[in-house]
Design a protein around this ligand. Structure first.
Ligand code: TMP
Length: 236
C-alpha cells in the first residue's frame, strides 16, 4: 500500500489517499498542540507510540464487537484505515473529575463518578470546539438521532473495555475523547486515535499523570509518561 496525495493535515496526524479509493493512510506526527492550537510543541517519539497504541487498542475493541476504521499498521508511524467521513463531534467520556469538568463545575480533580458521563463538542476549530448536547448535534445536522444513539452505545461500551484493561495495568482511565466516522454504506465506526493525547491516564497507586496533561500543564517528563504507558501496554 502506497501513499498518494495528502488529503489533510491535522494537529497530530496527516491523512493520505492510496491507490484503493476505500482506504486512507494516516501518519502520526510528533507535533503537539493544546488550547486549540495556542500552545505548540514537539513530543519526541509520540507519533510512534500513538500509532502503535491506537492500533493495539482498536484491534482489541474489534474483538469485543466495536467496529473501527483500523485496517493494517504498515510502519512505526503509518496505518491503513478505512475511508470514512468524520462525524464532527468530539465524544468525551469521563469516569473521574478532571480538566474542563473540574474547571466548569467548580469541583476538585479526582472525584470518582458512580456512573460515567458523556458529552459532545462540536468539532470546529474556528468556534473553539464548543460543548453541545445531542439535540444541538441533531439540529446542526452533525448526525442523525439513530447515529447519536449508536455513538453513545459504542462510547460507553468502549469505556467498559478500556477501563478494565487499563486497571490491570495499574492505570486509572480518568477520561477520554473519541471520534467516529461514517462509511460510504452509512455504518458508524470508531476512528481517530486512542492515546495519551486523547485520554487522561493516572497511575492507580501514585495518581501520577501519564498523559498529555504533562505537556498542557508544563509538568515535565512528557516523553517518559508516554513511554511508561506504552511499556505497561506491551507487558514489559
Ligand atoms: P477536557 O477535560 O479538557 O475537556 O478533556 C477531556 C478529555 O478529552 C481528555 O482526556 C483530553 C481529551 N481531549 C482531546 O483529546 N482533545 C481536545 O481537544 C480536548 C480539549 C480534550
Amino acid at each position: 500500500m502506497n501513499k498518494k496525495e495528502q488529503l489533510y493535515e491535522g494537529k497530530a496526524k496527516k491523512v493520505f489517499a492510496t491507490e484503493n479509493p476505500e482506504l486512507y493512510i494516516v501518519e502520526y506526527k510528533d507535533d503537539a498542540t493544546a488550547f486549540n492550537g495556542l500552545k505548540k510543541g514537539t513530543i519526541s517519539g509520540k507519533g510512534v507510540i500513538n500509532n502503535r497504541m491506537t492500533n493495539m487498542l482498536m484491534q482489541m475493541l474489534e474483538k469485543k464487537g466495536i467496529p473501527t476504521h483500523f485496517v493494517e499498521e504498515i510502519s512505526d508511524r503509518e496505518t491503513v484505515v478505512k475511508k470514512v467521513s468524520i462525524v464532527p463531534l468530539e465524544v468525551i467520556i469521563r469516569n473521574i473529575s478532571a480538566g474542563s469538568f473540574a474547571k466548569n463545575y467548580g469541583v476538585k480533580e479526582g472525584i470518582v463518578f458512580e456512573q460515567p458521563t458523556i458529552e459532545f463538542s462540536y468539532k470546529n476549530d474556528d468556534l473553539g470546539d464548543p460543548l453541545i448536547n445531542q439535540y444541538h448535534a441533531i439540529a446542526l445536522k452533525l448526525a442523525t438521532p439513530e447515529e447519536i444513539e449508536t455513538i453513545k452505545k459504542y462510547a460507553f461500551a468502549i469505556n467498559e473495555v478500556l477501563k478494565e484493561y487499563f486497571k490491570a495495568l495499574n492505570i486509572d482511565l480518568v477520561d477520554f475523547k473519541l471520534e467516529f466516522g461514517k462509511q460510504s454504506d452509512g455504518k458508524i465506526v470508531l476512528a481517530d486515535e486512542i492515546s495519551p493525547d486523547t485520554c487522561r491516564f493516572w497511575d492507580s497507586t501514585t495518581k501520577e499523570k501519564l498523559d498529555k496533561d504533562r505537556f498542557r500543564r508544563d509538568l515535565g517528563g512528557v516523553e517518559d509518561a508516554y513511554q511508561e504507558v506504552m511499556r505497561r501496554l506491551m507487558g514489559e
